[in-house]
Design a protein around this ligand. Structure first.
Ligand SMILES: [Zn+2]
Length: 146
């Protein structure tokens, strides 16, 4: 083993660090079974539900692009602005099983011209930034090769 950098999440507890099959971590209301990401843990956002108990659940690794855009502006945290700023694509993806839409940056090397609505994508982890000791990871959406 060389002095490899430690892989740590840029935001704690939002996804697993499995290098092969990472998953986002959400919560599910124990009353109405609605899924939430980012995690909801205080009260259920379903107006018809009074649930206050939530279970942490790993979410689908795959989904289909519902909408996408080219980000021509600096992204909000946890994304760290590149200097100089490099435009990148953002996709809103409807998760395969939960049918909820999760936003994410599109994997490096994929631009808006490569994307289309309905395209199948999977969750990957890429390095957001690094320091001397660690690589800080964030989730991205990557088109599934068929
Ligand atoms: Zn509920």
């Amino acid at each position: 083993m060389s002095a490899e950098k430690k892989r740590v999440p840029a935001v704690e507890g939002w996804f697993t660090l499995d290098p092969e099959k990472p998953q986002l971590l959400g919560t599910r209301c124990t009353s109405c079974q609605s899924y939430f990401f980012p995690k909801e843990s205080l009260y259920c956002r379903n107006p018809a539900c009074a649930g206050t108990e939530f279970a942490e659940v790993p979410l689908s690794r795959t989904g289909r692009i519902w909408s996408f855009t080219n980000a021509g502006y600096q992204p909000p945290p946890p994304y760290v602005p590149a200097d100089p700023f490099v435009p990148f694509a953002i996709a809103a993806v409807e998760l395969e099983e939960e049918r909820m839409v999760v936003l994410g940056q599109v994997a490096a090397g994929t631009g808006v011209e490569d994307l289309s609505v309905g395209m199948e994508v999977e969750l990957v982890l890429e390095t957001l930034y690094e320091d001397d000791a660690s690589e800080y990871l964030v989730w991205k959406w990557k088109p599934v090769a068929h």
